[in-house]
Design a protein around this ligand. Structure first.
Ligand SMILES: [Zn+2]
Ligand SMILES: [Zn+2]
Length: 143
């Protein structure tokens, strides 16, 4: 059986989420899948190069997030970063409940996909809607 190329996987991911293949969609998904850490909208824009329409780019990021292709990575700064989701995420359920790690030297934020956010028991009257779990320290590259 033929091995699926990264390009096949990117194209199939769009199809699975009922999104037509466009150069911007393919480019955004490729950039986020290939990056070892989460990227800001500006960083994605730089990777796609000049000639990419900004409005289309940000609309693509928003629709990818809504449909479960990518997720937001949040830290104390105002910069919103994005990372590609695991295969398990859908429009209705973001299965991504992993820990994020921010390196204080290179400032990159990594998805630690294999480390689940620990269960937290809330007081009876509290209901959580979002879970962001960010650790900081020094990443493997900077050690
Ligand atoms: Zn680092
Ligand atoms: Zn993540």
């Amino acid at each position: 059986m033929k091995e699926r190329s990264p390009e096949d996987i990117i194209a199939q991911t769009l199809t699975r989420h009922r999104l037509r293949q466009t150069p911007v969609r393919l480019g955004v998904l490729r950039a986020l899948r290939e990056a070892p850490y989460a990227l800001s909208g500006h960083e994605v824009e730089e990777l796609l190069g000049t000639g990419t329409d900004r409005i289309t780019l940000y609309r693509t990021l928003r629709s990818f997030e809504e449909k479960g292709l990518i997720h937001r990575v949040i830290d104390a700064s105002d910069i919103v970063r994005y990372a590609s989701c695991s295969m398990a995420c859908t429009e209705h359920m973001h299965a991504d409940n992993h820990v994020h790690f921010k390196c204080t030297r290179c400032a990159h934020i990594y998805c630690l996909n294999q480390i689940a956010i620990p269960a937290v028991t809330l007081p009876a009257s509290f209901q959580a809607v979002q879970r962001d779990y960010l650790l900081s320290g020094v990443c493997g590259e900077c050690q």
